[in-house]
Design a protein around this ligand. Sequence first.
Ligand code: SF4
Length: 344
Amino acid sequence: MSIRIGTGDLAKYPFLNEASDYVRETHFDIQEFNRPEMKHIIDRAAHRLEREVAKGLPDERLDRYEIEILTFLVTLIIVKSIGTEGVLRKHSLFEARRAEKFLSEDLIREKNEQKKRLILSTVFRELFKVNVEVSENNSQLFKVKITDYLMRASHFHEQEWKLINRLVYNGFVYLDADETVRLIRSELGQLIYDKVKSMTLSTLPQAIKTKVDELKVQLAPHYQYQKYKIQEYPPCIKHALEGMNKGENLSHSARLMLATFALAIGKSIEEIITLFHNAPDYNEKVTRYQIEHLAGLRGSGTKYSVPSCQKLLNQNLCFATEQCNGITNPIQFGKPTTPKKESA
Ligand code: SF4
């Protein structure tokens, strides 16, 4: 018996081509969103965006596939209509996280090997051209070719992603379900981002237009990017701040570098929190907790130091210029160096 992508899968992965086929085959007309029974879908889409943009939280509810596919579609239409980069980046990130959660669960819980392979091939191979296979000896392990792995993991800064720290055998890198899915996180986000960018909108149904107008007012304080003054900071810090200015999703290591540096130069907790305001997954409560933790105000009371230049270099976060002049920690940047003693 051949196994196909089912409606349950389309609810979890509404960005698949099969979901677009469903909308096309049902001859759904966008003006149908004006019908009273569609209000629920528009409200769901608005609720999803409110959580993502205002609270920095994903919407992980899962309903019937028709509802999920249409909610996905309306959310994209609303994001396109708001027309702001900050909202688009946040939504792309959270939609990717939502799919990541379902994918990990499917790879871990799916008992039917054939179905597991189908998910791997539909999502990983068809969408992102990466072959992922289930390990022969352990169905909870997955293997990808070293080249495919390196193409993606080389952008991750954490040590655990270095090839030397991985299980490698016969040309393949072995990963658990979460790690396998993590590999395509940015591609999932990019897929949603590109979908919105390439959308052309005809006349919006009035019901959606009204919701867009409401959301523009309601969400504006949360999506207008703050511009940080980039002072005479070390190049690594400047680079991270420039990324933040554009609303990029900085890695955990880059955020740690930025926060510890800001603490070390005497910025207040409040000032540091605002530095992270543009992050697509910004959540004030979580950010405050993490910064207070780094400042030694929570947990063990240990204040974290700024990572060394060598560590930042290993994490691909160093962008040294001549001005760095052989310093060993970003905190020394721009400070007078002790002249070397002349040898006798
Ligand atoms: S050498 Fe140090 S201070 Fe300079 S960019 Fe690299 S990590 Fe930053």
